[in-house]
Design a protein around this ligand. Structure first.
Ligand code: ZN
Length: 505
């Protein structure tokens, strides 16, 4: 689907809409409606099951969204979490340097200093995107954090977390104390992070408040050995730096084993496979549309030793978009927070060896992936629009329709109650023709609809009552009893699950 059509469908169905819509919206802020919020929760739970479920020593925490200044000072965000902006002398608009240079330098300006960006602005005939003036200021670093006075006295400052990762680093010593005193230890956070983006755009792709799902794996670089042989034969669509420099944009299929022979660490490639399988097997993205894009030394943050971005090609946004990443951050985080706090964050392992753990960070943008699910799943088929969501992600499991409102509602309500009691989301709908009700459910990605009619009530006992079950994707219909329906729903809610790390021990 094209961008406008996709966004219009999501708004029409109440999946999401701009925050403060009656005031004209607020740039970079969106609200999720009931179905959108449920889909988002399903996505978060699926992520947790896949990543946090990987080991008994991986845990999900729910830390504060507000951080004291000392934290963002130690992490480097106060100094470096900036995006160069230019200001137009004529219309006073503020623009990201990257945006005004986009036409001339499509690879972006990551890793360049303000002085280098200033040279580029001189070099090319750059114009203000708003008024066309050529009088643009020299680029200034603009800090992307939301900061504010903290406490009544006003002497302190605090910040909305710019990423969820910092909370996991702060939690490490406490989690070590309460845990099994063993590495690897995983700490995951799913929650909102906040960035005062200069130019929010593309709905869910550059937000000022957005939801991240991030797993930080703390490990001992000398002994960390995930079961690589179990994934060695997987083929991955990778685009490595050398091929990019040779002008290639398409990924090539490489076995996990061959990437290790190239020199990437086994533990890193293990997680590349794990995240790739999540995109392919759980979210159902077509594997031909996925690209594991390696960032070069100048493109990645200096503390990242290895970085691959997970991208997928989206029709609505006209190309590859980043939906997640894996960063090997070394011991940067614990060493910075050790210095900042004056606490030694190293740990003593069994056998007496002291190590400062390294961190592997697995990131996932929840909002962006919700958009990607819509991009891949929503399709116009003849006179209907269908969202082919995997059934275990669908915000509602089943729509329950009485054929005639008066005659069949009581029994349809009973089925709805029983289904909800069994733990599934069921939506009762008695409004309009059956065709209209199907259309509504199809657009929301509801995998099954059930219609109760005269034949339902004709059965001798309640247990033998049947209704027409209709499958969203095939439109096939069959008669089922309530208990058959519950079994069907139960099996449709089961997402693929990987073996755990512990099962290989
Ligand atoms: Zn201007």
């Amino acid at each position: 689907m094209k961008y406008e059509e996709l966004y219009a469908t999501l708004r029409r169905r109440g999946i999401l809409w701009p925050t403060a819509e009656i005031y004209g919206g607020a740039q970079g802020l969106y609200d999720y409606g009931p179905a959108g919020a449920r889909l988002k929760r399903q996505l978060e739970e699926a992520w947790s099951a896949w990543f946090v479920g990987l080991s008994e020593d991986f845990h999900r925490i729910d830390p504060s969204e507000i951080l004291p200044e000392a934290v963002v000072r130690a992490s480097g965000h106060l100094e470096n979490f900036t995006d160069p902006e230019v200001i137009c002398a004529k219309c006073h608009g503020h623009f990201r340097a990257e945006t005004v240079l986009e036409k001339f330098r499509p690879e972006g300006v990551d890793g360049l200093s303000p002085a280098q960006i200033g040279e580029l602005l001189h070099q090319f005939p750059v114009k203000c995107p708003q008024c066309g003036s050529t009088e643009l200021s020299v680029p200034q670093p603009f800090n992307l954090m939301f900061g504010f006075p903290f406490g009544a006295a006003g002497g302190e400052r605090a910040y909305l977390r710019p990423e969820t990762a910092q909370s996991s680093y702060l939690a490490f010593p406490r989690m070590w104390d309460v845990g099994r005193h063993a590495l690897p230890l995983g700490i995951a956070v799913v929650g909102r992070a906040y960035r005062n983006e200069i130019a929010p755009r593309q709905v869910l792709f550059r937000l000022r408040a957005f939801t991240q799902a991030e797993l930080q794996v703390f490990f001992d670089p000398e002994t960390f050995r995930p079961p690589f042989v179990s994934v060695a034969d997987e083929s991955l669509p990778v685009l490595r730096v050398a091929r990019r420099l040779a002008g290639e944009e398409a990924p090539e299929w490489r076995s996990a084993r061959s990437l290790v022979e190239d020199g990437l660490p086994e533990f890193y490639v293990f997680f590349l496979v794990h995240q790739y399988r999540f995109f392919r097997d759980v979210l159902g993205y077509p594997k031909e549309s996925i690209r594991l894009f390696e960032k070069s030394e100048t493109e990645r943050a200096f503390y990242n030793r290895i970085q691959f971005d997970f991208e997928t090609k989206l029709e609505s946004l006209g190309g590859y978009k980043e939906l997640g990443a894996i960063h090997y951050r070394g011991d940067y985080d614990l060493s910075r927070h050790g210095k900042g706090s004056g606490k030694d964050l190293s740990v003593v392992l069994e056998g007496g060896r002291r190590v400062l753990p390294h961190v592997l960070e697995v990131t996932f943008g929840v909002d962006r992936n919700l958009w990607a699910l819509a991009d891949y799943g929503l399709s116009v088929e003849g006179d209907r629009t269908v969202w082919h969501l995997p059934p275990y992600l669908a915000p509602t499991s089943v729509g329950i329709f009485p054929l005639m409102k008066k005659e069949h509602s009581a029994e349809a309500r009973r089925w709805t109650d029983e289904i909800q009691k069994a733990g599934f989301e069921a939506e009762f709908d008695a409004g309009g023709s059956i065709g209209k009700r199907y259309a509504r459910m199809d657009e929301l990605g509801v995998p099954y609809c059930v219609t109760l009619d005269r034949d339902t009530l004709a059965a001798e006992t309640p247990e033998r009552r049947t209704a027409t079950l209709r499958d969203r994707d095939s439109k096939a219909q069959e008669r089922v009893t309530l208990s058959e329906l519950l079994n069907r729903l139960a099996s449709s809610r089961v997402a693929p699950r990987p073996p755990t790390l512990d099962s290989f021990e």
